[in-house]
Design a protein around this ligand. Structure first.
Ligand SMILES: *[C@@H]1O[C@H](CO)[C@@H](O)[C@H](O)[C@H]1NC(C)=O
Ligand SMILES: *[C@@H]1O[C@H](CO)[C@@H](O)[C@H](O)[C@H]1NC(C)=O
Ligand SMILES: *[C@@H]1O[C@H](CO)[C@@H](O)[C@H](O)[C@H]1NC(C)=O
Ligand SMILES: *[C@@H]1O[C@H](CO)[C@@H](O)[C@H](O)[C@H]1NC(C)=O
Ligand SMILES: *[C@@H]1O[C@H](CO)[C@@H](O)[C@H](O)[C@H]1NC(C)=O
Ligand SMILES: *[C@@H]1O[C@H](CO)[C@@H](O)[C@H](O)[C@H]1NC(C)=O
Ligand SMILES: *[C@@H]1O[C@H](CO)[C@@H](O)[C@H](O)[C@H]1NC(C)=O
Ligand SMILES: *[C@@H]1O[C@H](CO)[C@@H](O)[C@H](O)[C@H]1NC(C)=O
Length: 773
């Protein structure tokens, strides 16, 4: 006994002695801005020198002399982004942040990962045939554009990444296939590169074994997003026979590259800042044209946000960076990835359903959705029971109603159809609880906060997901019936569903909480029940109990809508190789629609009118984006002016951007004049005149006329009302005066629009978003 205690004590002392400060160290990113070198390639000698300079820089800051900067630094960013990631004490981090060469020091925090038919819904094809006006034809299917993806890696064996029929890899490509530790992983002429970044993750979770030394996707998310952006045409793709069709990416002839930065979650986060920044630095070096980033965290100050920093350097190199808006809706102010150099994407539905009905004993039927391949024998009724009525011994009614882990009493559930309320635990996890409790089927019912947003999931038992109103009716039936019974029909597929699109309840919403003058998200695209490539390392429900494997899976999220827009950006890059990232974004935004397939305004998931805070400029229309007529363009200097206007000073901005000659404008520049394709005035008192400059990228000569739809209680006038362009590439400036019309105008956000139209069917549309104070 005594001996053990002594031994324990000496062990503690031993460890304290040897690693006196370990517990207080955290991993940080130290961001030093850009590197002053031209487009030419750095030699390995140069790169080593930069890394050496990082060691020398850090050395003097390390307390407890003798601690080696080489042990502290785990990433040295040395290609385009300048900085390093290191394990530091908080006091050390504070001191480093004071150094004039340092732009910012921030914690290496975790971030979350936020088919076949969706391209037809977007008008690129019609019954599987490419329409004559399809951007696919014009843009040669995104031929030779290179799309990179920051995500969970890639499953290289997926048919979406076969390289049949593709020519040699574009000569500008400098990427690698990082399969040195995983010989089975391969690249080809389609999947032209893959890398993995796990040091920032390891700095949080501790040493990793060799299974982490590979870009292979064991999660499914990365293969899904990458194939949505740039996957091949794969005929007969389906999830267990449902939704059968040709799977394809938005740019099916693009080359793709995977940058694995996301790993199994720790405290709910899977992708860490230090790794994300390293991936951006590599992707810029490798030569990608488009970066698709379906992940994010809480909105943060620009210099503390790895995605904002990494994407700024990418955009500086002409790369279009497309990000998901987040899955934290439908509450206001939840949108992330709000930097004005990003293209931020919300999620909405398509007109495809996977209907599976629940048929009640009184012959009422409710149309739900499911990808479960099983139904209950038609006409044979089973008893219905709610989770609440099947409450286990130690459960609360609420937990039982949600069908949470271990809260159900199998004696009550056995042989019945279990009704669970949506929320808290995962939808497919509720299905697992139903199976464990012996249910023959499950009905998942929405709460009022998710309304009409129902999702087709590949449940392992007969199951269907119904909307809020139907859920209320079902609960009423159960409450008011002595022996409530039902059966569930096998899922099928239906097209032409109306209304579509409508906004997904999960899609994060504006206003932008960091810079309210910039409307975010920018756009919406399909993100509900999207079928695309998956991993063979995991079952389609992402649950351990699911032993099935499928090479295509249906998944929902802004993670799925983001790569739709990445694919479309890829097409625009092939079609207009000289357009800036801002011009490509403008083309996508100003040609979007705010109407659904019933020619009514796009709705939210409760079927109320949605606003630009949900969809930005609207629902993407790729065929129109090919020829927008006019674009709102931006240069790197415009982004720097934007940062000046936010109050960052000259010194900080020069370091951040590595543009030494840059000077903040003499006259303070108003954020509302930032040349964005949307106009937002978050604090209007009296009146304001905002300016925009618009560039002709269509035919010439061309004359455009302004048309305005005023926000309620606000007047809007445009000067001049007519713009005449004599040349392609010509720019014109105009002014929009926005005035509070009534002193009693509502003190909440109101919405309008400005459209420039010519007589050749170009409609260049910008949302106007105003709040009076
Ligand atoms: C950036 O992160 C650091 C370290 O976590 C923190 O001290 C600082 O306040 C943050 N800066 C901003 C502007 O949020
Ligand atoms: C590596 O670590 C992971 C996570 O800790 C574990 O699940 C896996 O079995 C390990 N693999 C090997 C080959 O040791
Ligand atoms: C319920 O709680 C009791 C008393 O706390 C405990 O003995 C029993 O094991 C619990 N049962 C279950 C199913 O968790
Ligand atoms: C849902 O119902 C609750 C309670 O009645 C209410 O507070 C909330 O505002 C409703 N939410 C929506 C989105 O309708
Ligand atoms: C059904 O009955 C339960 C318990 O009696 C009650 O909590 C619930 O609100 C009722 N539901 C409906 C939709 O009437
Ligand atoms: C839809 O919009 C209405 C009106 O703004 C709002 O009350 C409701 O909560 C919204 N529903 C969802 C799911 O976003
Ligand atoms: C710029 O801002 C930094 C950080 O707030 C400050 O340390 C520095 O003195 C400022 N420089 C100038 C020229 O104002
Ligand atoms: C920008 O315009 C807004 C709206 O009129 C005004 O409130 C704000 O003071 C202006 N900012 C600057 C820096 O001029």
């Amino acid at each position: 006994m005594k001996l053990t205690a002594l031994y324990l004590l000496s062990f503690l002392l031993f460890s304290l002695f040897h690693r006196p400060t370990f517990a207080s160290k955290k991993s940080y990113v130290v961001y030093l801005g850009g590197h002053s070198h031209g487009p030419e390639e750095l030699s390995s000698v140069d790169l080593n020198q930069i890394t050496e300079s990082h060691y020398q820089f850090l050395g003097p800051f390390l307390k407890s002399g003798g601690y080696d900067p080489k042990d502290a630094i785990f990433y040295s960013y040395s290609r385009h982004i300048n900085g390093f990631a290191a394990k530091l004490e908080e006091e050390e981090a504070v001191e480093i942040a004071k150094h004039p060469k340092v732009v910012s020091v921030f914690l290496n925090q975790g971030r979350k990962l936020h088919t076949t038919h969706s391209w037809e819904f977007l008008g690129l094809e019609n019954h599987g045939r490419v329409s004559s006006n399809s951007i696919w034809k014009k843009a040669r299917y995104g031929e030779d554009t290179i799309i990179g993806n920051l995500d969970t890696g890639v499953w290289p064996e997926s048919k979406s990444f076969i390289d049949e029929g593709l020519g040699p890899i574009p000569s500008k490509w400098k990427g690698i296939c990082q399969n040195d530790k995983d010989a089975a992983f391969y690249c080809n002429r389609k999947l032209i590169g893959a890398r993995y970044f796990n040091k920032g993750y390891a700095s949080e979770v501790g040493p990793l074994n060799s299974s982490f030394d590979s870009p292979r996707d064991t999660d499914g998310h990365g293969s899904h997003t990458l194939s949505t952006a740039g996957g091949n045409l794969v005929p007969k793709a389906s999830v267990f026979g449902l939704g059968k069709g040709t799977a394809k990416g938005g740019s099916p002839k693009a080359r793709v590259a995977a940058y694995k930065v996301c790993w199994p979650p720790v405290s709910g986060n899977e992708c860490f800042d230090a790794d994300i920044l390293a991936a951006f630095d590599s992707a810029i070096h490798d030569g990608v044209d488009i970066l698709s980033v379906s992940l994010g965290g809480q909105p943060a100050a620009f210099f503390n946000d790895s995605i904002a920093i990494g994407s700024f350097h990418a955009v500086k190199h002409g790369i279009v960076v497309v990000c998901s808006a987040g899955n934290s809706g439908p509450a206001d102010g939840t949108v992330s990835n709000i930097a004005p150099w990003l293209l931020t994407v919300g999620a909405s539905t398509t007109d495809r359903d996977f209907p599976s009905y629940v048929v009640l004993g009184d012959q009422n039927r409710f149309k739900g959705q499911s990808l479960s391949t099983q139904g209950l024998p038609r006409g044979k009724y089973f008893p219905l029971i709610t989770g609440a009525n099947a409450k286990g011994p130690n459960a609360t009614t609420e937990d039982a109603l949600l069908c949470e882990n271990g809260k159900l009493d199998p004696k009550k559930v056995k042989g019945k159809i279990l009704v669970c309320l949506r929320g808290e635990n995962s939808r497919v996890g509720k299905g697992e609880q139903a199976i464990l409790a012996g249910a023959v089927g499950m009905v998942l019912a929405n709460r009022n906060d998710t309304g009409n947003e129902i999702v087709a999931d590949p449940h392992l038992l007969p199951a269907t997901h119904i909307n809020y109103n139907d859920g209320v009716a079902l609960f009423n039936y159960i409450n008011s019936t002595k022996n409530p019974v039902a059966y569930i029909t096998r899922a099928t597929v239906e097209f032409g569903i109306k209304p579509a699109p409508f906004m997904a309840a999960f899609s994060s919403k504006g206003p932008n909480t960091i810079t309210p003058e910039i409307l975010k998200p920018d756009i919406t695209a399909p993100g509900v029940s999207i079928i695309a490539a998956y991993t063979a390392a995991k079952g389609p429900t992402d649950e351990d109990f699911d032993k099935r494997r499928t090479l295509f899976n249906s998944v929902s999220g802004t993670s799925m809508s983001c790569p739709h827009v990445s694919g479309i950006a890829g097409l625009l890059k092939t079609l207009h190789p000289d357009w800036s990232p801002a011009a490509i974004r403008s083309a996508i935004m100003t040609t979007a629609t705010i109407q659904d397939n019933s020619d009514e305004p796009i709705l939210n998931a409760s079927y109320s009118k949605a606003t630009p805070f949900s969809y930005g400029a609207g629902h993407v229309q790729p065929n129109l984006a090919a020829d927008p007529g006019l674009v709102y363009d931006l240069t790197i200097n415009d982004y720097l002016n934007f940062l000046c206007a936010l109050g960052y000073n000259q010194t900080q901005i020069s370091v951040f951007s590595d543009v030494e000659t840059y000077k903040c404008p003499k006259y303070s520049f108003n954020l509302t004049n930032f040349n964005y394709p949307s106009i937002t005035v978050p604090k209007l008192s009296g009146s304001i005149t905002v300016s925009r400059t618009i560039k002709n990228v269509g035919n010439s000569p061309a004359t455009y006329r302004a048309r305005v739809k005023k926000p309620a209680g606000i007047s809007v006038s445009v000067e001049p009302k007519r713009l005449k362009f004599t040349k392609t590439g010509e720019e014109k400036t105009f002014f929009v005066t926005i005035k509070v019309r009534k002193s009693n105008a509502a003190k909440e956000y109101v919405f309008g629009e400005l459209i420039w139209s010519d007589d050749k069917q170009h409609q260049v549309r910008s949302p106007i978003v105003v709040k009076a104070i």
